[in-house]
Design a protein around this ligand. Structure first.
Ligand SMILES: [Mg+2]
Length: 258
């Protein structure tokens, strides 16, 4: 079976933004904790990357670095996050919103002063640009993301994928992903029947939120196992009768681009 309409999340599904994520977190860490050196300790990035899935909001990013520098282990962090981050936040004497603002400010400054360098910190997962292009050639295909659409547009353009801007629904639409999916369903009705819509996402919580919308119960949900998720979340997807666990190999087969 093939979908009538396909919606991809961007970060953690098509684009691997881990390097940018770490760099931005480190810049914010510098502002918040004033380390002696402006260079991150050796090995810190490699410790940070696999723990990326524990982070839900921006303020946690520099706190994760603080936890690692304080010697917390990955096991500890995985089982006690985000509570574990709170004492580190207290050290900064800032609220969550204020700490998030520092992080956003660092990213905005980087983008404003050296956009090319910022864009260059992004990678694409193997095959995913071909999968996206093949889907674009075949059916209405969307990106539903919490990253700003203009940056997605630019990253894709640099990589040779011509995606119409109106098909990129980023942070600027200011609504939850399930709401965007609902709009997509409504705009692709076929003789009063909803389209077959597939949604590929790497955060299980976003998929679970779609699951709670009873009018979206025909939307097929896929958890991208190559993205920012942990083994227990993949296990949950595997045991869920609604959510399908998807690997990079199977995505290639499913979309017949090999
Ligand atoms: Mg994602």
């Amino acid at each position: 079976m093939e979908p009538d309409v396909l919606a991809f999340d961007f970060d953690g599904v098509i684009c691997d933004g881990l390097i940018e994520y770490f760099q931005t977190a480190w810049r914010a860490y510098g502002r918040l904790f004033k380390p002696d050196s402006l260079e991150p300790p050796a090995g810190l990035a490699e410790q940070f990357y696999p723990l990326r899935p524990v982070i839900e909001t921006g303020w946690e990013m520099p706190m994760l670095l603080r936890a690692l520098i304080a010697g917390k282990t990955a096991e500890d962090i995985i089982s006690n996050w985000p509570q574990m981050a709170l004492p580190f936040l207290e050290e900064t004497k800032l609220t969550q919103a204020e700490a998030a603002k520092v992080l956003d400010g660092e990213r905005d400054h980087w983008i404003a002063t050296d956009l090319d360098n910022w864009l260059a910190q992004h990678r694409f997962y193997p095959h995913m640009l071909s999968v996206l292009q093949a889907s674009l050639d075949k059916r209405p295909t969307y990106i539903v993301s919490t990253k700003e659409g203009r940056f997605i547009q630019q990253l894709l353009k640099q990589s040779g994928v011509a995606m119409p801007p109106e098909k990129i629904l980023g942070k600027e639409v200011k609504r939850p992903k399930y709401e965007t999916l609902r709009l997509l369903v409504n705009s692709h009705m076929n003789n009063g029947r909803p389209p077959t819509l597939w949604f590929i996402e790497d955060r299980i919580k976003a998929l679970q939120a779609v699951k709670q919308q009873s009018d979206l119960d025909h939307v097929e949900l896929f958890l991208a196992d190559w993205g920012y998720n942990l083994a227990p979340e993949r296990q949950t997807a595997q045991e869920d009768n609604r959510i399908h666990l998807l690997s990079l190999d199977s995505v290639v087969q499913k979309f017949d681009i090999a």
